[in-house]
Ligand binder design. Structure first.
Ligand SMILES: [Zn+2]
Ligand SMILES: [Zn+2]
Length: 357
């Protein structure tokens, strides 16, 4: 084993050349090491806990950096073949010699990643998850079973923003209290009386995750379980052998979409503050302070297959192996099954009618 410190490399990108045989090193999922694909030599590195702070202050970014429209690409010189390429990924594979390229510095004006959720699912495990998933698609097209989309599974880190903020919200609304009232005819009836309520609620919202990139799939499900405590401090070694997409949703837009998620939680707090049996919210005015953000990287295995002239993206969590995606539906199979179920129901009804007549 060899120890390795990326910061000492003067090349502008991580050295991924095997110290023993000069072949390429790649990050080994679930470890703190890179392994040579040719001779198996392992290069370990120190894994650090994710920073405990909340990241970069949004206000200072907005006044200093928001106007700096940085180049979205970075120049990388391949250490394998010497090719100089403009990349808009943070890590990729050299298109000429397949060397692993990992940029050590971001494009100017771009926010650098703060934390990473390292891959835990190996390529073999991802292929297995994909195969199991496709085999369970009941209404799937039979030809799918022969599609080798798993051969084209690409391990990619996707950018996400983790946004934190403190809020103070002034609200106006109505508290509804139920009363039981007796009508003149003696019938009891529940009636809601409404009383105006106003006040303020404050809250601290840490680590609201929002996507940093537009992708084909709705990734809400994929980020549902993200917890900051699972992340580790960013190191470029985690990216070796994987591609890493740059964000195209900037901090300003990320903070806006985080706020729309936070607003839903504020409404819950306002409802509790209004109290009673029912609540009506007429107005909420929220002031945000201490807004901060950090860029984090989330691992996914992605594949896309083309069927019936359409692209079908599939995503496998690089952390849990859960598969997300849609498959083409075999309409004939669906029709036959639905018709059969309908026949069973109709048959049952007819039988019941006969038995009870
Ligand atoms: Zn080697
Ligand atoms: Zn190259």
């Amino acid at each position: 084993m060899t120890s390795h410190d990326a910061s000492r490399e003067p090349t502008g990108h991580l050295t991924t050349r095997c110290p023993a045989c000069s072949a390429q090193l790649a990050y080994v999922p679930g470890t703190a090491s890179m392994r040579c694909g040719s001779c198996g030599t392992e290069v370990t590195f120190t894994q650090g806990a994710a920073s405990t702070g909340t990241g970069q202050a949004y206000d200072s970014w907005a006044t200093q950096d928001a106007a700096r429209v940085g180049g979205t690409s970075v120049t990388m010189r391949c250490e394998g073949c010497g090719a100089v390429t403009e990349n808009d990924s943070m890590s990729t594979t050299c298109q000429f010699c397949a060397s692993h390229l990992v940029a050590l510095t971001g494009a100017p004006g771009m926010v650098a990643p703060d934390a990473v959720l390292p891959f835990a699912v190996t390529p073999a495990a991802a292929r297995e998850k994909f195969r199991a998933w496709i085999n369970h698609q009941f209404f799937g097209v039979k030809a799918l079973k022969n599609i080798n989309a798993e051969e084209s599974l690409v391990g990619t880190y996707l950018p996400y923003w983790s946004v934190s903020a403190t809020t103070e919200s002034y609200f106006e609304g109505q508290r509804g209290v139920d009363h039981e009232e007796e009508r003149s005819n003696g019938v009891k009836e529940t009636v809601t009386h409404w009383y105006p309520r106003s006040g303020s609620v404050s809250g601290t919202y840490e680590d609201t995750f929002v996507p940093g990139k537009e992708v084909d799939l709705n990734l809400a499900v994929a980020i549902g379980g993200l917890k900051m405590k699972d992340f580790v401090a960013y190191r470029p070694e985690y990216l070796a052998g994987f591609s890493t997409a740059r964000y195209d949703i900037d901090p300003a837009n990320a903070v806006e979409s985080a706020k729309s998620k936070i607003v839903n939680q504020i409404r819950g707090r306002v409802n509790s503050a209004i109290g009673g049996d029912h609540q009506k919210i007429e107005n909420i005015q929220t002031a945000y302070s201490d807004v901060s953000f950090r860029l984090v990287l989330v691992p996914v295995w992605m594949a896309t297959f083309v069927f019936g002239g359409k692209r079908w993206p599939i995503l496998i969590s690089g952390r849990t192996g859960s598969v997300y995606g849609k498959v083409p539906v075999n309409r004939f199979k669906m029709f036959v099954t639905t018709a059969a179920m309908f026949a069973v129901v109709v048959g049952g009804v007819l039988l019941a009618m006969k038995l009870f007549s």
